[in-house]
Design a protein. Structure first.
Length: 215
């Protein structure tokens, strides 16, 4: 599919830690109604069969709202459900290998924490970078924060778009202004909220304001 920087404006990454008796499907639909521009289905504890079943359902849902679906780590599942693409970390498959499997039309995202990692991912054919953690986060216990200066250096070093991730909220996102990012990726700021659709609308409004001020 055609990938646009605008797809990264408000990038939601799923986490079933906050289902509170509901379903992830329902939470995702609320997020889509609220206005997320890209959705990553992230499942660290589901077996492959259940993850695949879920991915088919979420792909159909995302298609209905015309929002691209990215699969975290599992390239074969992204291929099986014809997702828009895949996101891989530094300890996962390299962008070049993912590209060889998925082809030139799919979106490949890569996590990066340094300029060197960012440049390597770009050379390997990544379409965008996820850079962080930019703030302290309880979602990923082993995540180490990077400074805003580092975030700015990465954005300047590459020509592909960059999305900031890690502990981002409506209260602190303004601190990312002027860094060169194309959007934010959020987990708990969406899925830990009691009123997800309302929370997403406010996140999107604040993100658009933050990026407009720095264009």
């Amino acid at each position: 599919m055609n990938f646009d920087r605008k797809n990264l404006l408000l990038y939601a990454v799923t986490d079933r830690s906050w289902l509170r008796g509901g379903t992830l499907y329902d939470q995702i639909e609320q997020a889509l109604r609220g206005g997320v521009t890209l959705l990553q289905l992230r499942e660290k504890n589901l077996c492959r069969e259940l993850f695949l079943q879920e991915a088919f359902q979420i792909k159909e849902l995302c298609d209905r709202y015309e929002v691209p679906l990215i699969i975290n780590d599992h390239v074969e599942i992204a291929q099986a459900v014809d997702a828009a693409g895949v996101h891989v970390g530094q300890k996962d498959m390299e962008a070049g290998a993912a590209r060889a499997i998925l082809g030139s039309e799919k979106i490949i995202g890569v996590s990066a924490r340094t300029v060197e990692q960012a440049l390597y991912a770009e050379r390997q054919g990544a379409d965008y970078l996820g850079v962080g953690a930019v703030f302290s986060t309880g979602t990923k216990q082993d995540a180490q924060n990077i400074t805003k200066n580092r975030l700015c250096e990465i954005c300047r070093a590459v020509s592909i778009p960059v999305v900031a991730i890690g502990g981002i909220t409506v209260e602190n996102m303004a601190e990312l202004g002027g860094s060169g990012i194309d959007g934010i990726a959020v987990v708990s700021a969406v899925f830990a909220q009691k009123k997800i659709e309302t929370a997403v609308r406010e996140l999107r409004r604040r993100t658009e304001q933050m990026l407009q001020r720095t264009e």
